[in-house]
Design a protein around this ligand. Sequence first.
Ligand code: SF4
Length: 213
Amino acid sequence: MCVCGVLTMNRLKEVYRTDLPGRFNEMEMLDRHFSLILNVFNGNILPPYEILIHTSSICNLNCKWCIGGYVSSKENKDALLDNNLLKKENMVKIVNSIINYKKMGYDYKNNCNKEYKVENVTFSGITGEPLIAKDSILYAIDELSKHNIRVGIFTNGVLINKAMYETLLKLGYILISIDVGNSETYNKLKCNGNDTNNFDTILKNIEEIKESK
Ligand code: SF4
């Protein structure tokens, strides 16, 4: 690393937390992406390290704390955000763009040129459940992981089924929001009080995915 880089890192160490574990450690993250950040500061815009995609604004649940109702279209506050990614052909365009987005930049740690690309894609949802766009998201996981891009997903887990396991096992991580401790509370807080077996379904899905792994 150049002298200027070392000085910058030392100054950053004074203001960023270093005590959080793994990928949550702010200093570790800055260190890992130091060259990428420095390229951008120097005017060389490179592919981002990570892209976060919300595939759907529709959800199969109704959590009492959900902010979905506050994130609506500007023109009509009662309307859902567009759901373009329910169409697989739109996801195909995005996935191809991500895979092909590569650009040369400088590696300040090893003092040489280097090709930068998107390293991580996460599927999530501010107002909806990502697996609502099932065909699109399964295609994306298969295709991105085939190109060595790490893929993750945040999901409520209810829509997972056996036919998806093979693809889901290619994920770098899957975060399933359960939020409660039993079926009764689940239905009360997440299903408008309706009698469902969602809670047991999710636990069964987790168990089966673990076994498949
Ligand atoms: S699962 Fe997520 S998106 Fe769906 S209602 Fe609950 S908080 Fe909202």
